[in-house]
Design a protein around this ligand. Structure first.
Ligand code: UDP
Length: 332
């Protein structure tokens, strides 16, 4: 079976996708600098430790392994932080990706699945959002994802590098069976924060703005199970193998939940009162993001297996209860 390079394989979506790749019969080599990822999440995999900007190390990886495609997850992902520290985001997410793509071209590797984001849309004109919607990101993080998409268009034209951008909506959930879950430091994501409150590690959750023009005043998001995202990567890889040239797909369930609805669901799942307090809006937060994901269903044959929000949160809760402090800091 083909060998694939998985940058950011030790991160949340990357580590879940590694398991899906293995189950589909692929050989995977992880490339991760462990700036954010967890060694324990890739303990059973071949790992090269390196940064995207490290040209020599990338070159050695492509020379050493018979890599046919790259799944590129490695990136900084916090929209709020990207507003405070945009240079960090442009350097890693854009310059780092450029370094990776140039190494691919030099090595003759011409298939790439790229982790894009609903953040490229900004505040949409219509919801659910189709892939053809205008792209007007509201924060530097979203702009880095948009720029890489444009670079991929150009690399396709110039070098024949074929790629699929997957625009994730809100990744959530876990695979307790694989002993994997979501564990960011610092944690900024809503669902893991709610579970930390339920575990008594925080005393409340901040509702980041309750004066948005939505039915209950809080932002609306489309939560998609991380295992469903993982499946989509395998399907995207197979589409590239069949000859796909350059495509973009939204990945979401097509159903929006407000922050308050997510809090309520977490209360129901955990049986904990999960106290909430209203706090100021987070700069750069789009109001309403819900996917129109029919294109992925139609063209990739993707069907989310865990579309139910309660089930998504329950899977995250199961892993988190087993690992109240998240991943161990040393390799397992
Ligand atoms: N959010 C919140 N309190 C928190 C973290 C997040 O109210 O402590 C809100 C955030 O403003 C957004 C939604 O929850 O509207 C989802 O945020 P998250 O950071 O999980 O994902 P994002 O949509 O930013 O990728």
């Amino acid at each position: 079976m083909p060998t694939v390079l998985v940058t950011g394989g030790a991160g949340y979506i990357g580590s879940h996708t590694l398991r899906a790749l293995t189950r589909a019969g692929y050989e995977a080599v992880v490339y991760d600098a462990f700036l954010k990822g967890h060694p324990a999440a890739v303990a059973d995999y071949r790992v090269v430790v390196g940064e995207l900007s490290d040209r020599e190390r990338l070159e050695r990886v492509f020379a050493e392994f018979p890599i046919q495609a790259v799944l590129h997850f490695a990136a900084f992902i916090e929209a709020g932080e990207s507003v405070q520290d945009p240079g960090k985001y442009y350097r890693n997410n854009v310059c780092g990706t450029l370094s990776l793509l140039e190494a691919m071209v030099r090595a003759g590797v011409r298939q790439c699945v790229f982790s894009s984001s609903a953040a490229v849309y900004g505040d949409p004109e219509e919801v659910p959002i189709p892939e053809t919607a205008p792209t007007r990101p509201t924060n530097p993080y979203g702009r880095t994802k948009l720029m890489v998409g444009q670079i991929l268009d150009d690399f396709h034209q110039a070098y024949g590098l074929r790629s699929i951008s997957l625009r994730y909506f809100n990744a959530a959930g876990a695979s307790p069976d694989d002993d994997l879950g979501e564990d960011h430091h610092p944690e900024t994501h809503l669902i893991p924060i709610l579970l930390e409150v339920a575990l008594g590690q925080r005393d409340h959750v901040d509702i980041l703005g309750n004066d948005y023009p939505t039915p209950d005043g809080t932002c609306i998001r489309d939560y998609i199970h991380v295992c469903d995202l993982a499946d989509a990567h395998v399907l995207a890889l197979q589409a590239l193998e069949r000859g796909a040239e350059r495509e973009v797909y939204n990945l979401g369930n097509g159903q929006g939940f407000s922050v308050l609805q997510v809090v309520e669901t977490a209360r129901a799942v955990t049986g904990h009162p999960v106290p909430a307090q209203v706090a100021p809006r987070r700069p750069g937060d789009p109001l309403w993001l819900v996917a129109a994901a029919e294109k992925a269903r139609r063209e990739l044959g993707w069907t989310p297996r865990f579309p139910d929000l309660r089930q998504i949160i329950a899977s995250a809760w199961e892993w988190r209860r087993r690992h109240p402090r998240g991943f161990p800091s040393e390799p397992a």
